[in-house]
Write a protein that binds this ligand. Structure first.
Ligand code: PHE
Length: 380
């Protein structure tokens, strides 16, 4: 098919004089046909014109049928010319069709035009979910400290979720994790929904050489459901590996983070000895708070709130990732995002995070144009 660009008039000159066909009115017929094709104002009208001339009962088709009555050589000649007429009309139909489609698209685009310079009306843009907002804030704070964001799969291999993290089969930590298992595979192994973001430590250390400085926000899953536990929740993992990284860096980094995240410069932060199979030594991190008159306030006070787990990466974990613990060491931490979001924004019930209640979202959500910044903090 000949594709004709631009306005139709010019290319559609018939390749012969139509009276040469030796028939009654092909001249008129072709002129009329081309005229009607060009005048067709819609795809439907164009289809009508096509049927009228080129359809099975069409006028050109009718002339073709009449060829049989002509003497043999006149018939060959007229047949060739009539075919050319047919092709010219068909090309014209195709070109007009393309032109109509272009015009329709241009009209649609013009109708969909949006003025992106108009000010946004905050009532019409929806809200950022507090979990997304909290993740963005955490990324902003660690981003300032030079951490990169890493991710990993929700469905994990036993090796990454447990074994490589120094949690061997039969280790009690496996039970504590209330793991969701996928159906057994042919070899007897089972995939799991990751019970923490720590497997991404392993994936990152096995994929790239140190030094490393990453945070890993993401979904995690445990078979546990009550007022303070959800089967799906979010964590953010942190990992720093370098030649001289030590416990002082862990403490400085996390104190800095807690104070920036809660926006309290003198927020007390306490490191309490703890145990995780994949860190040694391990520490749980508490922040200061007070509970007076039933109201919880973050900041200097008589009480403490646990907000994250941390420690120096266990030498065996480094070895499992092909890193020599005599050359490199580092720290890791893991934090529940729902928990810190609830504390920071005074959200009383964990379950409301996942109810998709628009009134709740309007109350606790954030405006999309408030870009989280460790300096400014979010606006409500
Ligand atoms: N993965 C631990 C948990 O889910 C948290 C953690 C991460 C602790 C990294 C220490 C180091 O409880």
């Amino acid at each position: 098919m000949r594709v004709v660009e631009g306005p139709l008039q010019a290319p559609f000159v018939l390749p012969f004089e139509v009276q040469d066909l030796g028939m009654d009115d092909p001249q008129q017929l072709s002129a009329a046909g081309l005229g009607e094709v060009m005048a067709a104002a819609s795809p439907e009208a164009l289809e009508q014109v096509r049927i009228k001339y080129l359809g099975r009962q069409g006028l050109v088709t009718g002339l073709m049928r009449g060829l049989g009555a002509l003497p043999a050589d006149a018939r060959r000649d007229a047949g060739a010319r009539l075919n050319a007429l047919k092709d010219a009309l068909a090309d014209a139909v195709a070109a007009r069709g393309a032109e109509l489609a272009r015009a329709a698209r241009a009209a649609r685009l013009a109708g969909e035009r949006a003025d992106v310079t108009l000010p946004v009306s905050s009532d019409r843009v929806g809200r950022i979910h507090p979990i997304s907002q909290t993740i963005d804030e955490i990324i902003a704070i660690f981003g300032e400290m030079g951490f990169a964001v890493a991710e990993g799969p929700h469905i994990e291999d036993d090796f990454y979720n447990f074994t490589a993290l120094n949690i061997p089969p039969e280790h009690p930590a496996r039970q504590e994790h209330d793991t969701f298992y996928l159906p057994e595979r042919a070899d007897g192994s089972r995939l799991v929904l990751r019970t923490h973001t720590s497997p991404v430590q392993i994936r990152t250390m096995r994929a790239q050489p140190p030094p490393l400085r990453i945070i890993v926000p993401g979904r995690t899953f445990r078979c546990d459901h009550d007022a303070t536990h959800s089967p799906m929740f979010h964590q953010v993992e942190g990992l720093v590996i370098d030649r001289t990284t030590h416990m002082g860096h862990l403490k400085g980094c996390l104190i800095e983070f807690c104070r920036a995240f809660f926006g309290i410069e003198d927020l007390p932060v306490r490191f309490r000895p703890s145990y995780f199979p994949f860190t040694e030594p391990s520490a749980e991190v508490d922040i200061g708070c007070s509970r007076s008159g039933g109201e919880l306030r973050i900041g200097a006070g008589a009480d403490w709130l646990e907000i994250l787990g941390s420690g120096m990466v266990h030498p065996q974990v480094l070895r499992n990732c092909g890193i020599d613990p005599d050359e490199y060491q580092g720290f890791a931490f893991g934090m529940g995002i729902e928990r810190v979001a609830m504390l920071k924004y005074g959200i009383p019930d964990l379950r409301t995070f996942y109810e998709s209640d628009l009134r709740w979202l309007r109350h606790y959500g954030f405006l999309p144009l408030d870009i989280p910044s460790p300096v400014r903090g979010p606006l409500r």
